[in-house]
Write a protein that binds this ligand. Structure first.
Ligand code: GLU
Length: 312
């Protein structure tokens, strides 16, 4: 709740949380989505989300004019929609498993929620539809990666193998970043006779932030899956802190090195397999890699869970 003064001004403008509003204070004009006041926020500061993604607070003073521009109902809807088939674009399959990359902002409450439909990923990365054709979207579960177990790796491996044996060029798997390097290692061992690229991808920052990295990561992962000749499981995420390129890092050599940096994944004792640019360019950086082929992939998912580590 804002202060009674602000609530009254919002009410007389017909403005509710989630609506796009204009706030005029003398010569200053601000436009954005009206957000709820945060628990510790100043009750006389109206919080709006600018089109850049950043949130600002505008102090309400006498004479401030508020106008509602659009209703929330017209702004925050996510209708189910499938991309149109473009025969010129390489087909890939997408397997959504959860994590920050599969979350979305609800502008009515200001909160970030896990997407319930994998199609919602397309709303965060509309460029994807011009880069590849998403032949199929599969989603065995949508959970945070810290909740995954080896049984989930088996399920992902089985679905991925099935998809790889169709006519798609490669597979993209969206995943939480916290345990992505465990899944990438597990899939590297489980997917036998691999003949196409498999990209694991996530996001370090949620879509409500101007620095959301998931869109560029997803685009680069799709390029890796569709256009690279590297038939290996790789993590495809930001290569440096700016939105320039991603690295494709071999699944068994990747490690998450930082909790919030966008270029958190680094190859350990190895070079990245490739640099992947959002415009689709792929530069191989590692001369040794498995090449694309035509062998049938199978999932060898035998896994012994009762293993202990003894540290000496
Ligand atoms: N901890 C969650 C996960 O690993 C969210 C963090 C993230 O996606 O980076 O799925």
């Amino acid at each position: 709740m804002y202060s009674p003064e602000v609530e009254k001004a919002l009410e007389s403008a017909g403005a509710h949380i989630g609506d796009i509003i204009r706030i005029q204070r003398g010569s200053e004009v601000y436009e954005g989505i009206l957000l709820p006041r945060s628990e510790y926020g100043d009750p006389s500061c109206i919080v709006i989300k600018l089109s850049s993604g950043y949130n600002i607070g505008v102090k309400y003073t006498p004479g401030t004019v508020i106008k509602r521009l659009r209703k929330a109902a017209e702004v925050g809807k996510f209708p189910a929609k499938k991309a149109e088939r473009k025969p010129s674009l390489p087909p890939v399959s997408l397997i959504a498993t959860g994590g920050t990359i599969g979350s979305r902002v609800d502008y009515v409450t200001g909160g970030v929620y896990m997407c319930v439909k994998p199609e919602e990923l397309l709303y965060l990365t509309p460029e994807l539809e011009d880069a590849v054709y998403i032949e199929r979207m599969r989603s065995p579960f949508l959970v945070a990666s810290e909740d995954l177990t080896p049984d989930d790796w088996k399920e992902i491996a089985e679905i991925a193998a099935k998809e790889l044996n169709t006519d798609v060029r490669g597979v993209v798997i969206t995943h939480g970043t916290d345990t992505m390097h465990y899944t990438s290692a597990a899939l590297s061992f489980m997917l036998r006779n691999l003949s196409k690229p498999v990209a694991l991808v996530g996001a370090q920052r949620s879509p409500d932030r101007g620095s959301f990295d998931g869109a560029m990561n997803l685009l680069c992962a799709a390029h890796y899956a569709a256009r690279s000749d590297i038939a290996e499981v790789a993590i495809v995420m930001h290569g440096e802190s700016s939105d320039t390129y991603c690295y494709a890092i071999r699944g068994t050599k990747a490690r998450k090195m930082h909790t919030s940096r966008r270029d958190t994944f680094r190859p350990i004792n190895d070079l990245p397999l490739a640099r992947v640019w959002p415009d689709g360019r792929i530069e191989a950086l590692n001369t040794k890699y498995r090449k694309r082929g035509s062998s049938e992939v199978y999932a060898d998912t035998a896994f012994e869970k009762r293993v202990a580590i003894v540290k000496a």
